[in-house]
Design a protein around this ligand. Sequence first.
Ligand code: MCA
Ligand code: AMP
Length: 507
Amino acid sequence: MANPLYDQLFGKHAGKTTPFLHLASGATLTHADFLGQAAQIAHALSKFGLVPGDRLAAQIEKSAEALALYAACVQAGVIFLPLNTAYTVDELTYFIENSGAKLVVCDARIEAALTPIASDLGAKLATLNGDGTGSLTDAAKTEPTSFDIVDRTADDLAAFLYTSGTTGRSKGAMLTQANLLSNAVTLVHYWKFTDADVLLHALPIFHTHGLFVATNVMLAAGGSMIFLPKFDLDAMIANMPQATSMMGVPTFYTRLLDDDRFTKELTSHMRLFISGSAPLLAETHVRFEEQTCHRILERYGMTETNMNTSNPYDGERRAGTVGFPLPGVELKITDTESGKSLPAGDVGQIEVRGPNVFKGYWQMPDKTAAELRQDGFFITGDLGKVDEDGYVHIVGRNKDLIISGGYNIYPKEIELILDEQPGVLESAVIGVPHADFGETVVGLIVPQANHEPDLDSIQTAVSEDLARFKHPRKLIVVDSLPRNTMGKVQKNILREQYAALFAPETT
Ligand code: MCA
Ligand code: AMP
């Protein structure tokens, strides 16, 4: 028996004294140190009573220990459920309850708020702080630095990542060992990563991009990472000379380009810059090449599928496109109504199939059936076309989604809160262009007759329930919302109407 994800990402580095993590403190952790730490945590998880197949929900700051917790879950066969550090207690409660997590790992700052909730939901709680301290580390530090790796099959679940839905309820995307492993191995080859690579890692590790793309790829390649707690311009510039490669969301690239220190000289030794999670403007691609002589390699993925397409390493990296389907991934463009394949060049919905595609949404068979076809094709909700050279272009979305600085925001979740507020008849939440975040959130509110909604108290209500990045940057009172003949709000009209609010030229 075996544990494929462990064997091919972690186990093969057992005993290696080569660097794995270069930390902001200046310390370096070798692969052996890291695996030893993970094994100690895996023992601690067993002592907390976790058995293979149990879920562990973690809302923790980025640190070596946080990454070791992921490795520990793989070792122990526990399903890892990382959560955005911006989520409020309300949001966390839903994830803990829905996933049936047996252990919640959180920062000591919210221990008091989460303890009664976890207890009510039958989960234990441990703490892990950004500096690596906490009750989990305390429980782990006296444990042995090796662990009997739990047997798993490629089809066993390795992680849940929650992704919001158009109905406002988050869905737990079930990712198997094979989903994660197949994608990591494919990307290592496609992007030519080797053990000589040093990745500048400033992404959060609670989403696909920072955890499964960046980290798994580096583990599969055997390279190392400069592991920064978050994106910070000074730290990025200071660490760039030691790196060979970088992965980021478009906001990383626009922020770097706006800094005079980000020059051709600073980046001349770099091998590769990769962008994803949100559209990279063709203009940013061009500006990047002018300023650095590097062409950013843009790729396209989703929580449910990991990476689907990528621009080529050696061929032309075409601005405004997301490249070709990755080896092993099938992609087709279909009619949104009939689901039938469309001729090349036509715009339709993007569907993908391959070993990267998830198993379904946790305990949501109807939602799974609506998006994952019987034949294995997943309906992404993105609209696109394939050009005459085979490059995939994403031209829009068939789902009501805003992507701000690489974070997904589903308007429905915000509208549900706005609609409940005193004096509000109805609302519509839209994404408008934003110079820094790509898109940002604007809420339009129609008041009840003879009411004047208090916008400040509405903002307060939203902030109590939802993570900061989802808060509308502006609330606007309007007389009515434009509707089509079916009565559906025409958000395209609203988006056009308010497009200049935070547009690049005006900020
Ligand atoms: C922070 N804020 C945000 C965002 N991030 N607001 C909207 N959108 C955001 N993305 C809030 C902060 O709480 C703060 O609020 C204010 O905005 C300004 O913060 P600032 O310091 O400028 O932000 P930051 O801390 O520098 O963060 C911006 C960031 C970060 C570096 C772009 O959001 C980030 O690392 N994004 C990456 C997200 C990511 O990894 N996505 C991948 C998902 P206040 O002013 O009130 O304090 S995986 C995925 O999409 C798929 C699978 C894929 O293809 O990869
Ligand atoms: P998530 O559900 O957080 O995994 O976000 C996935 C969504 O991000 C996709 O369905 C796309 O809409 C968007 N996305 C990811 N990469 C790109 C890209 N390179 N260009 C445009 N959109 C992207």
